[in-house]
Design a protein around this ligand. Structure first.
Ligand code: AHG
Ligand code: MN
Ligand code: MN
Length: 344
């Protein structure tokens, strides 16, 4: 590519997709661009977190009962403000907010709902381990007045998503998203401050040779989970045993699975009676990543049910997540269905 050329920017990519959606008004493109601006602002703070005394705890807990870090709060504020500023939002749902947020007075409202995890993997911030932002975009479906929402607008199954994606603040800063016609990855070029298309049409290799799970939960898992993982970590004839990789930051573990293949799982465990169905949240962690996984040719399941088919009951509902290459996830479902067992 000659010096003058920089390749495709994410805005050009969005506009080309908008052109394909006849009648598109540009509202979606404007909304995504506000998310991109929020990510650039978060990225700037993440990159200097160690210096800016923004590390550490706020001293308060979120609705999940988890210690909230200053960067969680900062990211939540930035995403919330930018999205309301877009003028195309009907309501927002955030991991850091107990209930959905209405459009504040004085802001134009629109027909989009965005559910998001403003900072995923935040327990890793102090150790300089990659973290991310996850978003899920839905359309308002109730006939409530402009600027108002109904619970049914928030609690939509994953197959109703208009778009989903994440930002990964790692060795480089990336954006990965889908609108239902494949998965595209963009890398931030700090010298021009824009995301450039670096991973067009991402497809998840299948099978892979990596599994990703917190093995510290071993004694708290049901037998099917243990039998499945024992199967993966045993050499099977010509096939060598799988490798284990676990960062403890969902966006990082998922992004590696998306590019290299294999399986990530956060299954149900009995470690915390308050979280019998696992730790990850359906609406702003599992469902958006499930949309991306399926668009990349992968599968996302609870082990017993397609993630994108689950009818949500609560904003912060937790579900087991088994996500990755088609071969590994469909195999897991065999174990949970009892068709494969201990000695497989
Ligand atoms: P968040 O920082 O948004 O609360 O998410 C943390 C999640 C997810 O990033 C990761 O996969 C998981 O926590 C790790 O949990 P364990 O430490 O229990 O393995
Ligand atoms: Mn998270
Ligand atoms: Mn989070």
């Amino acid at each position: 590519m000659s010096a003058g050329e920089i390749g495709t920017t994410v805005t050009q990519h969005l506009l080309s997709q908008q052109a394909e959606h006849g009648g598109a008004t540009g509202a979606f493109t404007r909304l995504i661009n506000e998310l991109i601006l929020a990510a650039k602002i978060i990225n700037r703070e993440v990159n200097k977190a160690g210096l800016a005394e923004i590390l550490g705890l706020t001293g308060n807990d979120n609705v999940q009962g988890e210690q909230v870090r200053k960067l969680d709060d900062f990211a939540n504020d930035v995403v919330t403000r930018r999205l309301f500023h877009s003028g195309h939002i009907c309501a927002l749902g955030s991991e850091e907010e107990p209930v959905p947020m209405n459009v504040p007075d004085g802001y134009r409202s629109g027909n989009y709902i965005v559910l998001f995890d403003p900072l995923d993997g935040s327990s890793n911030i102090d150790a300089n381990i990659p973290i991310g932002t996850i978003f899920s975009i839905l359309r308002k479906r109730s006939d409530t007045p402009a600027g108002k929402y109904d619970e049914s607008d928030i609690l939509q199954p994953g197959y109703m998503q208009v778009a989903a994606g994440y930002f990964l603040y790692g060795s480089s800063t990336m954006m990965v998203y889908t609108t239902g016609t494949g998965v595209s990855g963009f890398t931030l070029d700090p010298s021009i401050g824009d995301f450039l298309l670096s991973h067009p049409n991402i497809k998840m290799p299948s099978p892979g040779n990596i599994f990703s799970a917190n093995m510290g939960n071993w004694d708290y898992w049901e037998p099917a989970t243990k039998h499945y993982l024992n199967h993966l970590r045993s050499p099977m004839g010509a096939k060598p045993a799988y490798s284990l990789r676990y960062v403890g930051s969902l966006v990082s573990d998922f992004h590696r699975t998306l590019l290299y293949g294999g399986v990530f799982l956060y299954p149900a465990d009995s470690r915390d009676p308050k979280k019998p169905t696992g730790k990850l949240r359906l609406l702003y962690e599992c469902a958006p990543l499930a949309f991306i996984a399926e668009q990349a040719g992968g599968v996302a399941s609870t082990g017993r049910e397609r993630i994108m088919d689950i009818e949500p009951e609560k904003l912060h509902q937790r579900v087991p997540l088994i996500i990755g290459s088609r071969e590994e996830v469909t195999l897991a479902e065999q174990f949970y269905a009892g068709r494969l067992g201990e000695k497989t």
